[in-house]
Design a protein around this ligand. Structure first.
Ligand code: BES
Ligand code: ZN
Ligand code: ZN
Length: 476
């Protein structure tokens, strides 16, 4: 989507989007814009309402914002307008920027408009959203120049659209190889390096916990490593390690899921958030160094399946007793963490994963569970999350929970065997492989990565994490 600034509507003919802050249903002053007047009896800017008017061949789409508006709500409102009012968009569309709009609100509205082009019907014969037409230009009606923030808003939405698509496409299309190809394509396009370890390379490296998970699948596992440094490479850049769970489908393995399996194409949503963040960080040319790993595998079933009670050997050298083959995410992340720390020594490490049903049981779909012993990281992640509506809330990493993963036969076990404190014991398992890294955080996004909303009939991706990770890194 391209944009162009205009300072008046003199030569404009088309649809004008006009955000309106709430006045009052009893206000005697009508809402006015360019010779149109709307009585407050029919529209007064109430949140989630809109009003269409037509004059001189122009369509005026007044958009109610309520009295105060937050980043996430405005993004949703503009996504709704863009996705549900398609018939009101002829060739030309202008967005009026009210004077009260700060950079964040401009960013959220433009990102929302572009996100509204997302259509879940990837395998349906369908027309292109008008905003995606090569010739389309969104005209920005404003006295000020917002071009920097608008360009950023478009990059954010483009990265989020990629993540939405990767998560929503079915697991027979999005295999580990598909994700490796995605990373290589985008690496070449946006400027980050990609290295992919296939089965043989992983065996040579000794990524035993990762390989154990994927071994009953027809799809070869792929351990994807991405490296970004800005084009203008300065010295003393902060080095951040990212790690995302890339299970392209989670059947549960031999401990096969008896509930919720249909949704398990979302089990690579942490990985997809890391992919989206890599695209965005490179697109924005942020002055940081990133090493990101997405171990990708399918947790399936056949005669080579991992068995409950098997003992496997991880990259770190530690042995792991398998209590439940459905606790597979922590196995691939254990090797991801060890590999990241041993080979790249990042200063900060954030992992993001649809790790436990327990985190969803605790927080529902409202926020992700955050685990870290680093106060500064915890505060900053929460601050960014609150600002953009990708919220997080901390849970403890107390050592009393260590006993949940103590094994008699091996160094550690992958599950306590009891349906208690599941998100915490999973985090303790990951912590075991961090070598007491002083700046590690784990984000359990099982409840927020995939859900119901007004944009489709079935559950679908949210792109949670793309902007959170990027903005956190930007503000470090
Ligand atoms: N992928 C699931 C977690 C999940 C649940 C993601 C719901 C998204 C929505 C994970 O691999 C899993 O199966 N976890 C089990 C672990 C248990 C067997 C120790 C869980 O949380 O029930
Ligand atoms: Zn599982
Ligand atoms: Zn899983």
């Amino acid at each position: 989507m391209k944009t162009k600034k205009i300072s008046n509507l003199e030569n404009f003919s088309g649809t004008i989007l006009i955000p309106v802050f709430e006045t009052s249903s009893k206000s005697i002053i009508p809402i006015k814009f360019d010779d149109i007047e709307i009585s407050s009896k029919v529209f007064y800017g109430k949140k989630d309402t809109h009003y269409l008017a037509e004059k001189n061949n122009n369509i005026y789409l007044f958009i109610g914002l309520g009295k105060e508006i937050d980043y996430r709500s405005i993004k949703t409102i503009f996504r709704r307008i863009s996705s549900k009012e398609i018939e009101s968009f002829p060739k030309c569309v202008a967005l009026f920027i009210p004077e009260q709009f700060n950079d964040a609100l401009v960013e959220a509205s433009v990102s929302g408009l572009l996100l509204g082009t997302y259509n879940l019907g990837h395998y349906k014969i369908k027309g292109k959203h008008p905003f995606l037409d090569d010739h389309f230009e969104l005209e920005i009606l404003s006295t000020n120049d917002h071009s920097v923030i608008i360009n950023k808003a478009i990059k954010i939405a483009r990265a989020q659209l990629e993540t939405l698509r990767l998560v929503d496409l079915p697991p027979n299309k999005v295999s580990p190889k598909y994700l490796a190809n995605w990373a290589m394509d985008k690496g070449a396009k946006y400027g980050f390096e990609v290295e992919v370890l296939g089965l043989e390379a992983c065996e040579i490296q000794g990524l035993g916990a990762f390989l154990a998970v994927g071994k009953a699948s027809q799809h070869e596992p792929q351990f994807i490593i991405m490296k970004y440094v800005p084009k203008e490479n300065e010295k003393s850049l902060k080095h951040i390690g990212l790690l995302g769970k890339g299970i392209t489908f989670d059947t549960g393995g031999l401990n096969i899921k008896t509930a919720g399996m249909l949704e398990m194409k979302c089990d690579m949503a942490g990985g997809a958030a890391v992919f989206g963040a890599m695209q965005l960080i490179a697109d924005l040319q942020l002055p940081v160094k990133i090493t990101a790993i997405v171990p990708c595998a399918e947790n399936s079933v056949d005669n080579k399946s991992l068995l409950p009670s098997d003992v496997i050997h991880s990259y770190s050298g530690n042995s792991i007793e398998i209590i439940d083959t459905d606790a597979e995410g922590r196995l691939i992340l254990a090797d991801g963490l060890s590999y990241l720390i041993k080979n790249f020594e990042p200063e900060y490490i954030i992992d993001i994963a649809t790790l436990t049903g327990s985190s969803m049981g605790t927080f529902g779909h409202e926020c992700a569970a955050l685990f870290t012993n680093n106060e500064a990281i915890s505060k900053k992640l929460q601050k960014v999350g609150d600002a953009i509506g990708e919220r997080l809330w901390p849970l403890p990493l107390w050592d009393v929970y260590k006993q949940d993963i103590e094994s008699d036969i091996a160094d550690v076990k992958n599950y306590s065997g009891k349906p208690l404190a599941g998100a915490i014991s999973a985090a303790k398992f990951l912590e075991y492989f961090t070598q007491d890294h002083p700046a590690w955080a784990h984000l359990d996004i099982a409840g927020v990565a995939f859900g119901d909303d007004e944009f489709a009939k079935s559950k679908h991706a949210t792109a949670y994490g793309v902007q959170l990770l990027t903005q956190f890194i930007e503000e470090l």
